[in-house]
Design a protein around this ligand. Structure first.
Ligand code: NVA
Length: 378
């Protein structure tokens, strides 16, 4: 790959927050919690995501306590594994997710949880940005991270705590076409190819987990949880970055990019073979000598019960540095592939926590990775 031109920022002794990529050496991270997590009641954006034959259709309420305890046991163990490697780990403060949410524009009878901080917090350089979010049940989730963000703000004079404009999330934000329970997969794929997603362009919407950080470049998935106005908002908010919109027509439920396109180190990305990046979006990577490799098949044929995500959480890995990657312990094919690609693989048991909001990448959010703002696509 081409030599990267580097633009440096000077970290100081008081630097707490700084992270520019998905792969620089991880020094400080937030790991989510499963406490009090709820399956939220029906709402337009969620209904569009839950397959017609899913065991989650029609049921909502607090998740069973044994499953919460088991997920927390795994998340606590993961946090300890990271700490044992010298990484500082912080945890969110759950709010009462059984509380209904009511704003002048909408109401919903309960909330979601704070297992996946990656969905809410986007760290770009010395800034942590709270995403708009696009589900009503997740509107107040940022509150779980406020105690940490307040602390970072006090510890680090260069930390910028930002919040994107809270969206109104009226019915005008959602296309009624997606509200039917009987949309075929073929229909969904046609709509995805035509970029006809459940969210409209009423107002900017984005979830942080639709964004991947490549130094000076941000790659953002246009899909159910992020609309074009959300991508334009990010472009205006980060004027020093190049923001690239991508979409993956093979995904009938396009939410969150991190089980679809996974950068591993400079020059190497795993791509979900069912959701290949279209030719017109590949130029940026190909011109700069990046290799886009089909990810290994998942080890499981189905997700665990009451899980929103697909079996492709196999590729939702957490890179610790350009030579080391955490892979879910049962995902043996993904682990073997990354080993063959020259990575040291750290197995982490997390499958029983998947239902709470995703895998190893989802359940974490970067606070600090040691590195600077590098141009990988000069
Ligand atoms: N779209 C994703 C969510 C991954 C975090 C999936 O494959 O389920």
């Amino acid at each position: 790959m081409a030599d990267a031109a580097t633009e440096t920022t000077q970290a100081t002794e008081t630097t707490v927050v700084e992270s520019w990529t998905e792969w620089d050496p991880l020094a400080h991270v937030i790991v989510g919690r499963a406490d009090d997590c709820h399956i939220p009641p029906a709402e337009p954006a969620l209904d569009a995501k839950v397959p017609a034959d899913s065991d989650m259709r029609g049921q909502w309420g607090r998740r069973p306590q044994e499953s919460i305890d088991r997920a927390n046991e795994l998340l606590d163990r993961f946090a300890d594994q990271l700490r044992a490697r010298g990484i500082r780990v912080d945890r969110p403060t759950p709010i009462d997710f059984s509380e209904p949410v009511r704003t002048p524009d909408f109401e919903t009878a309960s909330q979601f949880g704070c297992m996946p901080p990656r969905d809410v917090l986007l760290t770009v350089g010395r800034e942590i940005l709270e995403a708009t979010m696009s589900y009503r049940c997740r509107w107040f989730e940022y509150l779980c991270y406020r105690p940490l963000l307040q602390r970072y703000w006090e510890e680090d004079p260069n930390f910028r705590h930002e919040a994107a404009p809270k969206p109104r999330l009226t019915d005008a934000d959602y296309r009624p076409d997606y509200l039917s329970e009987s949309i075929s997969i073929a229909q969904r794929l046609d709509w995805a190819a035509a970029k006809h997603f459940v969210t409209t362009e009423e107002e900017p919407l984005f979830d942080a987990a639709d964004v991947l950080r490549f130094g000076r470049d941000l790659v953002v998935q246009h899909g159910f949880t992020t609309n074009l106005k959300g991508i334009e908002w990010l472009r205006r908010h980060f004027p020093e970055h190049r923001v690239h919109a991508v979409n993956f027509p093979g995904d009938p439920y396009p939410i969150h990019i991190d089980a679809t396109f996974t950068p591993i180190r400079p020059g190497l990305i795993l791509n979900n073979p069912q959701r290949r990046l279209p030719a017109e979006c590949r130029g940026l990577f190909e011109r700069n000598g990046w290799e886009i490799v089909d990810a290994a098949q998942p080890a499981h044929n189905t997700p665990p019960p009451l899980c929103y995500s697909s079996v492709w959480l196999s590729m939702n890995v957490l890179v610790l540095d350009p030579k080391t990657v955490c892979v879910e312990a049962s995902e043996v094919y993904q682990a073997e592939q990354l080993d063959r690609l020259g990575m040291e693989v750290v197995p982490v048991e997390l499958r029983d926590a998947y239902a709470f909001g995703g895998g190893l990448h989802c359940c974490t959010a970067d606070v600090r990775r040691i590195g600077s703002c590098t141009d990988h696509f000069p």
